[in-house]
Design a protein around this ligand. Structure first.
Ligand code: BG6
Ligand code: MG
Length: 425
């Protein structure tokens, strides 16, 4: 992940409670109505006029232009008064530390708020300097759950949506993040209380407040843990312990695949990846299917023949050092039978105290059950385990269980390795 997109009200600042308090106060004073607290969820993340409309309906007045304008103004004046009175205590627990950590590690940071007061609030709370970009009510026509607000931030930071993490306390906001393929972290949300029903997964992670390490663990490439206090080390195989792992091109060349056949083959492979990896279907089954589907005549075991990996010497040396230091080192790989066979033959398995390959243990990454299985077999607590992998989804999944992680990817991967393992290298 390369960018962090923060909601303000109820996430960076405790200001959502003042929005709620204003509506409750107006309802009581002007309409003698006690607002049901379930309305608070509906008011989160929506634009000011939209909030006023919801309020009008709740107190039984017509949500026409005049009433919306009247309520909006009344509420905002009251809100600004509360903000002024509480200006020294508007930041949530953990806000500064997290923003600073992200900045120190070159993560892009944006504020994505539906509030027209956002710029004022980040100024008076002194956090303005942390943001590379700010989207507030003035830039947008449609509030959350419309994803436009997040897409605009990503576009301006020049980061693709799937590399963005969204921090939100509103279901509206989480839904918007999910809908544009961003990683979502629900902050201080009690989903049991909510009146919303949302059929898909709600958020990727849940934290009580921004001082929870799950706000960053395993999510940003440059933010990794030191390996000092760990006792178990889990290494991914492909692109970590071994390199040159791609076997498709060999198969494509031998059977003279056309461009269409190549893309169809890859599509089929992706479709069958899960059952192939967890050992539920064999590569023979897959090749039979491909032969029929693409009118080909692939025979033998091409996944074995064209899989000719080489050892990554830097990692092999690290594994040796860890073992010299009395650490337990295991392999945790997503793979299938022909590759398992080749890896065994090349002596890769001999490097490890134990080997966990998905096609034999019937669990595969990024499913958390893969990591739970290994931790249980190794009788190790998650915070004593360290996992190294090149795929961000796998890292995020392990980290969400509190396993320490290093995302071994990009040109500086060996520099990161050195920093995390100084004690051993
Ligand atoms: C959102 C809040 O951030 O901003 C909403 O979650 C609020 O509850 C909205 O209505 C608009 O705020 P403002 O400050 O523009 O009235
Ligand atoms: Mg919010």
């Amino acid at each position: 992940m390369k960018a962090a997109l923060f909601d303000m009200d109820g996430v960076l600042c405790n200001t959502q409670e003042y929005h709620n308090a204003c509506y409750a106060e107006i309802a009581k004073k002007n309409y003698n109505i006690t607002l049901d607290s379930s309305i608070e969820d509906k008011l989160k993340g929506v634009l000011r006029n939209e909030g006023a409309k919801i309020f009008c309906k709740a107190v039984g007045i017509r949500p026409n232009k005049e009433n919306i304008k009247y309520i909006s103004t009344l509420k905002n004046n009251l809100y600004l008064k509360k903000i002024e009175e509480n200006k020294d205590s508007l930041l949530s627990k953990g806000t500064i530390d997290l923003l600073q950590k992200l900045k120190n590690n070159n993560v892009k940071v944006a504020l994505v708020s539906a509030s027209a007061n956002a710029k004022t609030i980040i100024k008076i709370t002194n956090i303005e300097k942390y943001f590379d970009y700010v989207v507030d009510a003035k830039n947008i026509k449609k509030g959350k759950p419309n994803p436009a607000i997040f897409l605009e931030a990503a576009a301006n930071l020049a980061i693709k949506p799937s590399d963005c993490v969204v921090y939100e306390d509103a279901i509206n906001g989480i839904q918007a993040a999910n809908d544009c393929d961003m990683y979502s972290i629900a902050v201080n949300v009690d989903f049991n209380k909510t009146t919303f029903t949302y059929s898909k997964k709600i958020a990727d992670r849940y934290v009580k407040s921004l001082d929870d390490p799950l706000c960053y663990k395993g999510l940003y490439e440059n933010l990794f843990e030191k390996a000092d206090n760990c006792s178990l080390f889990i290494f991914d195989a492909g692109n970590v312990v071994i390199e040159n792992i791609h076997c498709f091109n060999g198969i494509f060349d031998q059977y003279n695949f056309t461009t269409d056949q190549k893309s169809e083959f890859i599509k089929d492979f992706n479709f069958y990846t899960a059952p192939l990896m967890d050992g539920n279907i064999s590569t023979e089954f897959f090749l039979n299917h491909v032969n029929k589907n693409l009118n080909l005549n692939i025979s033998g075991d091409p996944f074995y023949n064209y899989f000719n990996p080489v050892f990554n010497v830097k990692i092999i040396n690290l594994i040796k050092k860890l073992k010299e230091n009395g650490k337990r080192v295991v392999l945790g790989s997503n793979t299938f039978a022909p590759h398992t066979k080749k890896m065994k033959e090349m002596g890769l398995f001999d490097l490890f105290d134990s080997v966990y390959v998905s096609n034999e243990i019937h669990h595969y990454k990024p499913n958390p059950s893969f990591f739970r299985y290994i931790l249980e077999k190794e009788n190790t607590e998650a915070n004593k385990a360290y996992f190294i992998d090149d795929i961000s989804e796998n890292i995020a999944s392990a980290a969400s269980l509190n396993i320490n992680t290093l995302h071994y990817v990009n040109d500086d991967k060996n520099t990161k390795l050195k920093k995390a393992f100084t004690k051993f290298i």
